[in-house]
Ligand binder design. Sequence first.
Ligand code: UDP
Ligand code: MG
Length: 322
Amino acid sequence: MQQFDQPDISVVIPLYNEEESIPALHQSLTAALESYGHPYEIIIVDDGSRDRSYELLADLAQRDSRLSVIRLRRNFGQTAAFAAGFDHARGDVVITMDADLQNDPADIPKLMAQIDAGFDIVSGWRKDRQDRLLDRRLPSVLANRLISNVTDVRLHDYGCSLKAYRGDILKEVRLYGELHRFMPALAAQIGGRVTEVPVNHRARQFGSSKYGIGRTVRVVLDLITVWFLGSYSTRPLHVFGGVGLAFFGLGLLTGLYLTFVKIAEGQDIGGRPLLLLAALLIMVGVQLVTMGLIAEMIIRTYHESQKKPIYVVREVLPAHSP
Ligand code: UDP
Ligand code: MG
């Protein structure tokens, strides 16, 4: 019966091999949401677990009508699991968190208070983070500084899964690769209002982390994607063409100088490294401009094939009836 009510809050949790955490997760989450008092649903996305996670979840789902379980066919990764959960979420607000009990469901009202204050995204900040210093916290501090500077969305903790999103903003953002941690930046790029609140963090009790230090490199690469898409996705020629023209110009000047040396001064230029440089600059310059033009064509296909406008509307007045 509950099941058909429209929930206010959808809690989306990606889960991969976390069998020991499941009972405590369900219990603490239910307790927190019950005491908050708004209609809710819990969506746990089983990201191809190989342990008994799915059996435990299926059993819980039978007893709790507010719990839905989405089982992916294989392990697609945390971002894909989030995306699956978002696609199924019906709430006006979507809250995400980890399944490993590191986030505290008791923080949910704190996030909701900021949503009620008018923010589109509220990001948790693990102020007192309980993870190892050298391979987790230190790279994270550096990564957060870098991401904040590049995207201009200043957060202390992009990596915290505990976040709240207004549902309509989620519909506008498509996730790829491992981009879920950049959601605040991606949402800000389409005009979402972002804030952060300090939240509790606990050490992992069961199982082990699914990530190692290698994630840092991928985060830096993803940052390039986010920066490029955010600043230049509707005008790629401006980034490729700018560098291309500069290279081409430099190459041309160098070439002219060499021509002058050859003709006016009669010197041999065949063995000069500068000649190689001039040729290289001109060629790379032309290629970059061409690449920019091709990117311009791709971006038109991208937008026009999906009828995806290059703007995002917040609201239109007067509101028309449905
Ligand atoms: N997770 C997932 N699919 C994966 C890897 C992780 O659904 O391929 C889930 C995992 O079960 C957990 C969350 O994503 O609920 C965060 O993973 P983890 O705790 O290993 O990351 P950390 O907290 O160490 O950054
Ligand atoms: Mg964790």
